[in-house]
Design a protein around this ligand. Structure first.
Ligand SMILES: [Zn+2]
Ligand SMILES: [Zn+2]
Length: 153
């Protein structure tokens, strides 16, 4: 398999169940989109964040003249979370230039992290509404009726 960017032979590696073909010359990486998602999740875990959902926010695809390293179909260029990547519509492989994988993971994790915080705040608010603190007059109701001041009798 050759690098779609510079033509160099790709070096296949596997770390933590994530397989990627790395280019030793331009430091680009070719990996299946499932492996890309796994890599982003792993990155998130390393930051202490568990991603419940992972949205890579895909932009519109444009044609390129770069061949897919696996099937030679011309790759499409698109943005994932604002990071420009190349993808094969046939193999579902994604090519990331040096640093793009990290940028993508950081943006995905940051977005999820912020959403998580907002979600936690929402949960706390809903819980407060659902179980309001008892008003003082409610707690005193028993005393009120037994003390003879009421109109129940
Ligand atoms: Zn390369
Ligand atoms: Zn392909």
């Amino acid at each position: 398999m050759n690098c779609p960017r510079c033509g160099n032979e790709l070096d296949t590696r596997s770390t933590a169940g994530i397989a990627a073909a790395i280019c030793g010359r331009c430091a680009g990486a070719w990996l299946h989109k499932d492996d890309l998602e796994r890599a982003v999740r792993l990155f998130a875990t390393e930051q202490g964040i568990v991603l419940k959902t992972l949205t890579l926010l895909e932009g519109p695809a444009r044609d390129t003249t770069l061949p897919c390293p696996q099937c030679s179909t011309l790759l499409q260029r698109l943005t994932l979370r604002g990071v420009e990547v190349e993808r094969c519509a046939v193999c579902q492989g994604v090519f990331l230039d040096a640093g793009e994988g990290r940028a993508l993971a950081q943006r995905a994790v940051l977005a999820a992290g912020e959403w998580d915080r907002a979600y936690q705040t929402l949960l706390r608010t809903v819980r407060t509404w659902a179980t309001p603190a008892p008003e003082p007059w409610l707690l005193d109701a028993g005393d009120f009726t037994s003390s003879g001041h009421g109109t129940i009798d």
